[in-house]
Design a protein around this ligand. Sequence first.
Ligand code: SF4
Length: 407
Amino acid sequence: MQTLKELYKIGPGPSSSHTLAPARACRLYLENYPETESVKVNLYGSLSLTGKGHFTDKIIMDTFAPRKCEVEFKLDWEQPFPNGFTIDGYDANDHLTGHWSVYSLGGGSIFVVERPDLIIQQPYKEKTMSEIIEVCKKNQWNFVDYVFNNEDKELYNYLSKILSAMLESVKRGLSASGVLPGKLGIERCAKNMYLKSKSIEDDHEEFKVRLMSYAYAVSEENASNGEVVTAPTLGACGILAAYMYMMYYDEGVSRRKLINALAVGGLFGNVIKHNATISGAVGGCQAEIGAACCMTAAAAAYLNDLNIKQIEYAAEIAMEHHLGLTCDPVGGYVIIPCIERNAVGVLRAVDAMTLSKYMSKIKENVVNFDTVVRTMKYTGQKLPLELKETSLGGLAQEVSIKGVDHD
Ligand code: SF4
């Protein structure tokens, strides 16, 4: 499995598959072919169908600027992976510098067909949660020990930067106002929601509204092309960040403990990414919000001093109850249902942790984490194309908003 540095990435919203991954591939292309003077990029699959709403063409043109860059939205992709693009660059004499076919794997990760050597650091030998738990048992490690004994020394500082970026994204989102970019004309709500939470007398409701306002804050930053963290994707960036913000500023948990929690949550995200997918275009929203909820439930369980089995149980509950969740963003924007879904997701993560904490004392969990991950992969394969980030079905077709065309 890959390093957690590949799972958590800081970047501009609104979609890791549609903005972060293309920008990354374009930068890598220029590093490999610095003589490039003009470029032609063809987008396929979900990138073609929702690339406008996700601002994919803009980010590609910005990355290649000041070079001439043409971006086309195509439908005749013949590669085995559903979401990808090609890059053809030309030098000053109009000779081809290089042809790349790039797969956007989710969470900003890429695979370049012509350059399989551009492989990411893979520090983990184990591939499943059951294997990881076995190693932990053998060495009397917890999940934090497992991560830091496998990764290089740099990981702690890297995760510290990730934590800072998460906290900053909540802070910025809570103080911003105005209309989110795109044709939907949706106003930002996080600030008002947070202010409203202060007047709620019922402690339980106040906690929920406050926590949801944090998730709104990050997701609205994402929808506004702000700098957020893939956890595991940009579309689902609000869940873990909201929980971290709450634990740091409201509960006074130390940075060290939160960095460890990012390691634990990241481990679960990594197992999902390795064995199934974290891409909405491949597995539907269960792969994004479902995975983010798992990571947060695991992080929350760690921060609440639950043991390894209870942490696994919390993450399993979080995924099990997102199975089948579709991806049908209205107008191709990462706004409806995405922002609200992040808010609901963070509450579900807390519920999953709580259920694990008490249910694990009553009975043993029947479904383990690896089983639910396999089920998520299977379910994603069965979901129709219309419900996998193409905006061809579901809410994207049902919800009529002025300015958004339904063909
Ligand atoms: S519906 Fe879910 S998977 Fe689809 S873009 Fe929104 S957050 Fe991402």
